[in-house]
Design a protein around this ligand. Structure first.
Ligand SMILES: Nc1ncnc2c1ncn2[C@@H]1O[C@H](COP(=O)(O)OP(=O)(O)O)[C@@H](O)[C@H]1O
Ligand SMILES: [Mg+2]
Length: 226
C-alpha cells in the first residue's frame, strides 16, 4: 500500500475537512517531495478514481494541475507544488499577478465545451489553487462537471469577498480585476451574475450551517459588477 510504505515519509499534514492529505518525501528518489491524498468515507474509492481521471484529463489538456505519480484504490500520490495557496494570498491582501493568472486558468478550463455548457472546476474554494513559480495550478478535482461558466466565477468571487478579511476595499478590487481579466481572456461578457451569486451564497450557508457556524457576511450584488 502507498501510505504504509517505508519508502514514503510523512513530513506535514495539510488542512482537509474530508480526507487525509500529507506532504511526504519519497525516500528512494532522493527524498523528492510529493503529496499523498488518502480518501476517507463511504465514497472514498469513487472519489479517488474520479479525481485521478480528472487530473489525468486536465494534464492531457495542458492545464496546470499536479501530475499523478502513483495511485491505489483509496489514495493518490501526486506532484508537490511549492508555493502559496490563493487562500493565503487573498488573506494577505496580496495584489500580485496571481489574480490575472487565475482568471486565465479558468478561461482555459471553460474553453473545453460540450453542446451547451463548459467544463467546470466545482468546489472553487481558494485553498484549491496554488500559486507556484509565478503560475496558478488547480488542485482538488472531485467535483468537476459541465455547466454555466458563471457558476465557477461566482464561487471564486464569493470566497474572495467573504473569506477573512471580508469585504475590504482591497477584496473588492481583487474581484473586479479577476472578472475583468477573465472577460478579456475568455472573450466573454459576464452578465446576469445575480442568480449565480445567490446560489453561491446559499451553498455557503448550507455548508456553514452543517459545520455549525455562519459568518453572517452581508453581500451586495454590486460587489460582483465589473
Ligand atoms: N499537489 C499539491 N501541492 C501542494 N499542496 C497541496 C497539493 N495538493 C493538496 N495540497 C494541500 O493540501 C490541501 C488539501 O488538499 P485537497 O486536495 O484540496 O483536499 P480536500 O479534498 O480535502 O479539500 C490543499 O488545500 C493544499 O494546501
Ligand atoms: Mg480542497
Amino acid at each position: 500500500m502507498l501510505y504504509v510504505n517505508d519508502n514514503i515519509k510523512i513530513i506535514e499534514k495539510y488542512f482537509s475537512r474530508r480526507h487525509s492529505v500529507y506532504k511526504v518525501e519519497i525516500q528512494s528518489e532522493n527524498k523528492t517531495p510529493a503529496v499523498l491524498k488518502v480518501y476517507e468515507g463511504e465514497k472514498a474509492t469513487v472519489l479517488c478514481r474520479t479525481e485521478r481521471e480528472n487530473l489525468e484529463r486536465l494534464h492531457r489538456l495542458d492545464l496546470r494541475v499536479p501530475q499523478v505519480l502513483a495511485w491505489e484504490e483509496k489514495a493518490l500520490l501526486m506532484e508537490f507544488l511549492p508555493g502559496m495557496t490563493v487562500s493565503r494570498l487573498a488573506e494577505n491582501l496580496d495584489a500580485g499577478s496571481w489574480i490575472e493568472k487565475m482568471a486565465y486558468w479558468f478561461a482555459r478550463l471553460h474553453s473545453v465545451e460540450n453542446a451547451s455548457s463548459c467544463m467546470l472546476k466545482g468546489d472553487a474554494n481558494l485553498r484549491n489553487f496554488i500559486f507556484s513559480g509565478g503560475e496558478i495550478f488547480g488542485i482538488d478535482f472531485e467535483e468537476m462537471g459541465f455547466g454555466d461558466f458563471r457558476q465557477d466565477l461566482s464561487e471564486v468571487c464569493f470566497f474572495l469577498l467573504t473569506d477573512y478579511p471580508p469585504l475590504t476595499p482591497e477584496k473588492d478590487h481583487m474581484v473586479r480585476r479577476f472578472l475583468k481579466a477573465y472577460a478579456k481572456h475568455a472573450g466573454k461578457s459576464i452578465d446576469d451574475m445575480d442568480k449565480f451569486i445567490l446560489k453561491s451564497r446559499s451553498n455557503a450557508r448550507i455548508r456553514r450551517a452543517t459545520r455549525g457556524r455562519d459568518t453572517g457576511t452581508v453581500l451586495r450584488l454590486s460587489h460582483f459588477r465589473l
